[in-house]
Design a protein around this ligand. Structure first.
Ligand code: GDP
Length: 451
């Protein structure tokens, strides 16, 4: 996502580096390059026009001509304008004064609504809410079942027409309006403070689908209607968003599949075209692949200034405090760092989601994208397999792992002996580093990371 846009903007800014003054021709040329980069990223034409208009106006005005470093000043302007078209402030959910807050999800079939329902409910649960999911998508075979699976993973209750007998509800004659209404009533009765209603989508836009969504909206009077937009559909995104805005109306947008190789046009256009803010982003198939959408942080990522805030939050959210404290205590007690601890750390890292995705949030990551692309997520799985093939004694006393033990472990884990050697070597370094840190009273980090 945004990769080629990031590269193009970086190349444009590079041309400005070291210039003491920018002439009008410099600014024109820069604006032209930015314009082309945005169009190639599938940003809607009127949005590009307005964006470039602002950039030129500001760059030609006082701001840049008096700047000590005009190149940096242009980057600053582009950053601010990106934040503006992405919506400016972070838009939070509107919570009802009288719970439950009702959130309805709309969008085309395959947009990612059901997946999002699970992610959003998990997120809200982590914030201390008691969400309930309602399965009002009776159109798509399996949608009810899929929502139940997601709810179970998120640890959130799911209201379905007849809980547990989902196959009956693949019958399209069921009434989704009634299901939605009953679901909200159920949440009220059970004191769930937020209800998320998943609705049906079709492959294309059609009047019947819009009418059904509009009927559900009228029946349950949601506090938020979130339009889930697949960022991968490129230029069709804008038309789809407009159609839903007119047909059903929505209060916010969720961009899904931002992890894909879409060029980013949808993300940059949807706010300006519909006037509705992007509130969340979905970035993968797992429940943890979910972010609150912060326009300023997204702009930073596009300009390769990194998104350290999101990185820290992601780590905090998924890092198990109890485990971390247990680990810290080991240091205080000067206990040895074992391969079991190493395994624990690997599992913590896995919980945070994709390592590659985390690394991509680092400042300058865009510039190292090629190396990062090569990061093999499966390496963590291989390390796990290796440690699991060791005996408990070997895990606490790796020194005893001689040649024949190495061969046995390699067979058990289905890897080459050289990988065992590599792991033990890295582990040895990690152990040393941990000893040093313990002596210095520092906190444990993530030593011995592969790659
Ligand atoms: P719905 O028809 O709108 O309910 O869409 P689903 O939630 O069933 O999603 C459709 C497909 O897209 C499923 O295969 C999901 O696993 C996948 N999907 C959903 N969100 C994302 C995402 O953010 N990234 C990726 N890569 N896949 C996603």
């Amino acid at each position: 996502m945004f990769n080629s846009l990031s590269d193009r903007l970086a190349a444009t800014f590079k041309n400005l580096k070291g210039k003491g003054r920018l002439s009008e021709a410099d600014i024109d040329a820069t604006a032209r390059e930015i314009r082309r980069a945005l169009l190639d990223a599938d940003v809607a034409v009127p949005v590009v026009r307005e964006f470039i208009g602002h950039i030129k106006e500001r760059a030609l005005g006082e701001e840049v001509s008096q700047a000590l470093n005009p190149g940096q000043q242009v980057v600053k302007i582009v950053n601010e304008e990106l934040v503006a078209i992405l919506g400016g402030e972070t838009r939070r959910l509107n919570l009802a004064k009288n719970p439950p807050t009702v959130i309805m999800l709309v969008g085309l079939q395959g947009a990612g609504k059901t997946t999002l329902a699970g992610k959003l409910s998990k997120h809200l649960k982590e914030q201390g809410h008691t969400p309930m999911l309602v399965a009002a998508d009776l159109q798509r075979p399996n949608a009810v079942k899929q929502l139940q699976v997601n709810g179970e993973r998120a640890g959130v209750p799911v209201y379905a027409p007849h809980p547990g007998v989902s196959s009956e509800f693949e019958d399209p004659t069921g009434d989704p309006v009634q299901v939605a209404r009953n679901g909200v009533a159920e949440a009220k009765a059970k004191y769930n403070d937020i209800v998320i209603v998943d609705t049906a989508g079709r492959l294309g836009m059609d009047a019947e689908l819009m009418q059904q969504a509009a009927n559900i909206r009228a029946a349950v009077q949601p506090d938020e209607v979130l339009f889930v937009l697949d960022a991968m559909i490129g230029q069709d995104a804008v038309a789809t968003a407009q159609a839903f805005n007119e047909g059903v109306g929505f209060t916010g947008v969720v961009l899904s599949k931002l992890d894909g190789d879409a060029r980013g046009g949808a993300a940059l256009s949807v706010r300006s075209v519909t006037g509705k803010p992007v509130m969340f982003a979905s970035t993968g198939e797992n429940l943890a692949d979910f972010e609150v959408f912060h326009p300023d942080r997204m702009a930073s990522r596009i300009l390769d200034m990194g998104d350290v805030m999101s990185l820290i939050e992601q780590a905090e959210r998924n890092w198990d405090r109890a485990d971390a404290e247990k680990m810290a205590q080991k240091f205080v007690d000067q206990e040895d760092f074992t391969l079991d601890d190493f395994l624990d750390q690997m599992q913590q890292i896995k919980k945070m989601g994709s390592m590659k995705k985390l690394l991509m949030m680092m400042p300058g990551a865009q510039g190292m994208r090629q190396q990062l692309e090569q990061f093999d997520e499966r390496q963590i799985d291989r390390i796990e397999a290796i440690i699991r093939s060791m005996t408990p004694h070997e895990r606490v006393a790796p020194k005893i792992i001689n040649g024949s033990r190495r061969a046995r472990i390699a067979r058990g884990a289905g890897v080459q002996v050289s990988e065992i050697n590599g792991l033990l070597e890295r582990f040895g370094q990690a152990q040393k580093m941990m000893k040093k840190m313990a002596a210095g009273g520092g906190m444990p980090g993530m030593p011995g990371m592969p790659g």
